[in-house]
Design a protein around this ligand. Structure first.
Ligand SMILES: C[S@@+](CC[C@H](N)C(=O)[O-])C[C@H]1O[C@@H](n2cnc3c(N)ncnc32)[C@H](O)[C@@H]1O
Length: 285
């Protein structure tokens, strides 16, 4: 990847990079992670989150108030902008709730919107969001920014029907992939219908989601990944739910233990966790 530009910010700095397919993206220098590394910011977001979650169809079908989407880890807003692009001209009300602990990456991306390309036309809404915490990028979309730690701030947002779970990787950002955070999100959904999508195919993350109360399945392929992960609040919502055969993989894996707390530790699943997993409705039948 070619280095295009660099800056230092509150969270350590970012650089513009060019992905293998030629698209520009943003790389965090502290976490050493490139965002949307597979196919670029909006292409990946559209496939992994917007299309897989059937956002437009579900928003159109909704009655009794706007569809609520949680955009977890706003970052340089690739997922949020892919959602806005999909909702342009759609006759359906949506509330987009973005969570971000440090907006300097978005400020950096906005300074380079010309090079990044995908922000074109959304700059004013992004500036408004940063300045006031709220924007109306489309007549049918209300966009709210929740600054601070997602684990704390999720209590302020209405219950979601779609969650784009997009923090840094479990190794770099373990607390965001923890049993506590996934369970808190599941509790906020309550009896509602919700899908959660993310880019990982990690067995440990899938175990953590399942133990947190989500039904877990195989997600669509994106870029270089032949599969990702999708979770649902209710059975019957997943095209490819994990089955009992997957439990054998969990048992054999040296890295299937659920993530607890914010300290990243890898290891095999314990007997107690495996017993809880096999007793879940998704696998017990
Ligand atoms: C991979 S980037 C997100 C990319 C973004 N979703 C996009 O589509 O362009 C991860 C983001 O999660 C944010 N983040 C990490 N931990 C967080 C937390 N505890 N609460 C809220 N945001 C967090 C980071 O600051 C970073 O901007």
């Amino acid at each position: 990847m070619d280095l295009v530009d660099k800056t230092e910010g509150a969270s350590g700095g970012f650089e513009l990079v060019r992905l293998k397919n030629g698209e520009p993206s943003v790389r965090c220098l502290t976490h050493h992670e490139t965002m949307h590394v597979g196919t670029g910011p909006v292409t990946e977001a559209a496939a992994l989150h917007v299309c897989q979650q059937r956002i437009v169809e579900r928003a159109r079908a909704r009655t009794g108030g706007p569809m609520v989407i949680w955009d977890v880890g706003l970052g340089p807003a690739g997922n949020a902008i892919a959602t806005l692009e999909a909702l342009r001209g759609v006759d359906a009300a949506v509330e987009l709730h973005s969570f971000e602990v440090a907006t300097d990456v978005l400020e950096f991306a906005l300074c380079h919107s010309g090079e990044l390309g995908y922000m074109a036309g959304w700059e004013e809404a992004l500036r408004g969001l940063l300045q006031t915490g709220e924007a109306r990028p489309l007549p049918n979309v209300r966009w709210v920014l929740h600054r601070g730690d997602y684990a704390v701030r999720m209590a302020d947002a209405p219950p979601p029907e779609a969650i784009y779970h997009d923090p840094y990787s479990p190794a770099r950002n373990p607390g965001m992939w923890s049993l506590e955070v996934f369970r808190a999100a599941r509790e906020r959904v309550g009896e509602g219908v919700c899908l959660l999508t993310n880019y990982t195919r990690s067995t440990a993350v899938r175990v953590t989601l399942a133990l947190a109360g989500w039904y877990v399945g195989l997600g669509v392929a994106t870029g270089e990944k032949e599969q990702t992960t999708i979770a649902a609040s209710r059975p019957g919502m997943l095209a490819l739910p994990l089955g009992r055969d997957w439990l054998r993989r969990v048992r054999a894996s040296t890295n299937a233990a659920p993530q607890r707390g914010a300290r990243y530790e890898r290891g095999p699943v314990s007997d107690a966790d495996f017993e809880m997993l096999t007793a879940l409705p998704q696998f017990a039948g």
